[in-house]
Structures are given as structure tokens and as C-alpha cells.
Design a protein around this ligand. Structure first.
Ligand code: COA
Length: 321
């Protein structure tokens, strides 16, 4: 019998502090109207001083375990997608493992910037299909606020903090129908975060995110259009077979372009961008969790998740929830 993975439970966590566009406009030359029109973002959450990727991951993971109605001890693989880890090492997944008091199983991080969760989900799915894992905890958790230059109006308006989690379990039927991941390192200079210990493009390089927004925008729209086609073709499905689009939340105009490609009304697109901004690897699991919890996504429905980000790295996952 073939083996698949299916989503048993989901969880999410957002820090308490809300940062509005108006508050940002007090410190940089921008306005609420400009940000809403160009991005769809009204506010975002900012992690407290003592919060980290692993502490937020713990909240999201505990909620996912609770909704899956399983004990943490039954997890046999922990994967955390983050580009804002607590430490260089140990991995955030190991720190989460300790927080959850899970012993012995493998735990590692995946770094694929904003596509990290889709990458992590794809890896988890392969482990389950191969019979190497039965229950996997997959988390996206980010404190993007700590890699943002708060004096750069072209980037500081875009990002937010949070964590989302899913518990996968082996099943006889999908579940996850397919995942598709890609990357192309030739675009590395369009969107990156310098590393104090690594490659420096110039003496001015600090530790903050750099982005050529309009270039990223154009490539993101084209690439996401292609991955939608690839995912439908791989599963022999029509656009009309998809009930919900759960996109990475980078810009409402990028999301709208992908929905248009799918001929999907915006009412069937899960959007958190207005209140959360871009939470990088956390954005897809946070959106998925929200739409499952509020009853929009129902068991048996077809859900297409996609993401695009630094690398460039991009990907999709098609699930029958
Ligand atoms: N407030 C007001 N004006 C701003 C601004 C802000 N926060 N940020 C930039 N501008 C200005 C620019 O300086 C520029 O001014 P100029 O014409 O005088 O030079 C003008 O707005 C247009 O800039 P541009 O970068 O072309 O705007 P845009 O329509 O592309 O919107 C982004 C900028 C960042 C919102 C958009 O490019 C974007 O969302 N890009 C992709 C982001 C993304 O997906 N990133 C991560 C992938 S995970």
C-alpha cells in the first residue's frame, strides 16, 4: 500500500505588540495610504524583547499538537523553517525540541527564506512517504523585525513576526498530493541579508535585509504563475478543482496576480497580509491555520499553498485537507 502524509493539526502564534503604518510613518517618510495601496498591509506584529524564533515556535507547535490531539513525545521528526534563528547553532529545531521535551528524534532547520515552510513541508512529506517518519512537526517561525533596517522605508513597511505549525501523520490516502520546490541562486543579490561573518558586498553592508523590490516583484509574479501551472499539471487537475489558495503573504498585488492566473475569486484566497505583513517562513502556516480554525477550509477540500523569496527559492504544495 502506498504511504502519504496528511495534516493532523495546525497552530499559530503572533506576538502581542501591533505596529501600525501610522506608527512607522512617524519615523520614516511614508504614509498609511501609500503602504496600503502598494502592499495591502495595515499593521504587523513585533516580537517582544524576550521572544525568539524558538519561543514563538513553541506556542505554535503546542497549539498544533493540541489540535492534532497527540502528545509531543510521539513526534519522530522536528523541522523548523527560519532565516532568523535564535543561534547559529544549535538549530532552532533542537531548541524547540528541548522546549517540547521531545527526546531522541531528528531535529533540524531549513533555510529557504520566505519559502522555508514549503521546503520544510516538502522534506517532511518525503520522509513520511519513504517510511522514515510517521509523525512530523513542521514549523515556520520568524523574528524578521530583527533583520530589518527600520530607517529604510522601502523594506521596513513590509515585514512582521510570528510562527505557524503543522503536524503531519502517515496515512493511506493523501493528504499532501505533491510538493514542488525550486531555486535559482543567480538572483541572490536582489534580496539578501548580509552575514557579519560572511560575504560582504560592500563596506556599507550591515546585518539588515536588502531588496530591489520592483525587480523581486516582477520575477515573483512570473515565477508563481509558472509554479501554479506545474502543480496543476503534475496532478492532472484543472484550475476549478482548487478550493483555496494559501499564498505567501508578501504583497497583495503579487497575491492577486496569482489568484488571477488561477481564475480564482479573492474570496477563495486566504489573506493575512493586512494584519500581519510578510512573516517570511511563518506566513503560509499562519494563513493555513487561520483558515482552518475559522472554518473556511474544510476536510476534503483542495488547497494550494505557494511561496517565493530570497535565493530566489520558491515552491508549492497541493493538499487535500
Ligand atoms: N513610502 C513611500 N514611498 C516609498 C516607500 C514607502 N514606504 N517605499 C518606496 N517608496 C518610493 C520609492 O522611493 C520610489 O520613489 P521614486 O519614484 O521617487 O524613486 C517609489 O516609491 C516607487 O518605488 P518602487 O520600489 O518602484 O515601488 P513599488 O510599487 O515596486 O513598491 C514594494 C515597492 C517594496 C512594495 C514592492 O516592490 C514589492 O512588494 N516588492 C516585492 C516584495 C517582496 O515580495 N519581497 C519579498 C519576497 S518574499
Amino acid at each position: 500500500m502506498r504511504r502519504y502524509s496528511r495534516i493532523l493539526g495546525t497552530g499559530g502564534y503572533l506576538p502581542e505588540t501591533i505596529l501600525t503604518n501610522d506608527q512607522i510613518a512617524e519615523t520614516v517618510d511614508t504614509s498609511d495610504a501609500w503602504i496600503i495601496e502598494r502592499t495591502g498591509i495595515r499593521e504587523r506584529r513585533i516580537a517582544g524583547k524576550h521572544e525568539t524564533a524558538s519561543s514563538m515556535a513553541e506556542f505554535a507547535a503546542r497549539q498544533a499538537l493540541e489540535s492534532a490531539e497527540i502528545e509531543a513525545g510521539t513526534i519522530d521528526l522536528v523541522i523548523v523553517a527560519t532565516c532568523t534563528p535564535d543561534r547559529v547553532f544549535p538549530s532552532t529545531a533542537c531548541l524547540l525540541q528541548q522546549r517540547l521535551n521531545v527526546r531522541d528524534c531528528a531535529a533540524f532547520d531549513v533555510q529557504a527564506a520566505c519559502s522555508g515552510f514549503i521546503y520544510a513541508l516538502s522534506i517532511a512529506d518525503q520522509y513520511v512517504r519513504a517510511g522514515s517518519a510517521r509523525r512530523v512537526l513542521v514549523v515556520g517561525s520568524e523574528v524578521t523585525s530583527r533583520i530589518i533596517d527600520w530607517s529604510d522605508r522601502s523594506t521596513c513597511i513590509l515585514f512582521g513576526d510570528g510562527a505557524g505549525a503543522v503536524v503531519l501523520e502517515a496515512a493511506d490516502e493523501p493528504g499532501i498530493l505533491s510538493t514542488h520546490i525550486h531555486s535559482d541562486g543567480q538572483y541572490q543579490d536582489l534580496l539578501y541579508v548580509p552575514n557579519r561573518n560572511g560575504l560582504r558586498n560592500s563596506e556599507e553592508d550591515d546585518q539588515f535585509l536588502k531588496m530591489q523590490g520592483n525587480e523581486v516583484f516582477k520575477i515573483a509574479v512570473n515565477t508563481l504563475g509558472r509554479i501554479v501551472d506545474e502543480t496543476l499539471a503534475a496532478n492532472n487537475l484543472q484550475k476549478s478543482d482548487i478550493h483555496w489558495l494559501v499564498p505567501h503573504q508578501a504583497n497583495i498585488r503579487i497575491i492577486a496576480a496569482t489568484a488571477k492566473k488561477l481564475q480564482m475569486p479573492m474570496g477563495r484566497v486566504v489573506m493575512t497580509i493586512e494584519k500581519q505583513g510578510n512573516t517570511s517562513a511563518a506566513s503560509v502556516p499562519l494563513a493555513l491555520n487561520e483558515a482552518i480554525r475559522d472554518g473556511r477550509i474544510q476536510r476534503g477540500q483542495m488547497v494550494l499553498m505557494e511561496a517565493f523569496g530570497g535565493g530566489f527559492a520558491w515552491g508549492s504544495a497541493l493538499i487535500r485537507y
